[in-house]
Design a protein around this ligand. Sequence first.
Ligand SMILES: Cc1cc2nc3c(=O)[nH]c(=O)nc-3n(C[C@H](O)[C@H](O)[C@H](O)COP(=O)(O)O)c2cc1C
Length: 186
Amino acid sequence: MRTPKIIGIAGSFNRPSKTRSLVCHVAEVVSDRYGFNVDVYDMIDVGPSLGAALWRKQLDEKAQHVLQEIAAADALIIGAPTYKGSYPGLFKHLIDLIDPHELKSKPILITATGGGNRHALMVEHQLRPLFGFFMAHTLPTAVYASDHDFLDYAVASEHLSKRIDEAVSEMDVFFPGRVPTYEAAE
Ligand SMILES: Cc1cc2nc3c(=O)[nH]c(=O)nc-3n(C[C@H](O)[C@H](O)[C@H](O)COP(=O)(O)O)c2cc1C
């Protein structure tokens, strides 16, 4: 049986980045739970051709590769930093270059980071409708993390870890027959 491939996208162009750290952390939990292959890309991996590209064909190889990985993924982990109450414009531009059919029915675990908790519903009011357009299966539990949830850019709060576990376990239904690896070991 082919091992499913999960792709994480962090919509930040900072390094270090809390968003990338959160997406990588979720990806690790997915990998530990199911044994799936995971790869994470951020906006630095996408590179500068994105900002100048009006059409997908104008992207360079690096950016094309990330879009191909997104389209081919069995599930996505999406993370965006909150900018002015929403996702960053450049991240939206990347998503704008995805064809609608490429995300149809794809399971997507939604995450976001922000400076504080005031915009915690950004995941529900901005990210979820965006992927609703694509008719993707956004998982019911979305994950939002603020500055207080990180220590040196690493996930450091118990309630955040618990929320991540809840969200990841909602992938079970999309991969029937894939026993979580820790259950198989018992
Ligand atoms: C241009 C800009 C706008 C921001 N707007 C918000 C905001 O509206 N609400 C919020 O909670 N944080 C806001 N922030 C803070 C970032 O969302 C927060 O620091 C985020 O975790 C940064 O992610 P990163 O480390 O992955 O780049 C903003 C930051 C920048 C640079």
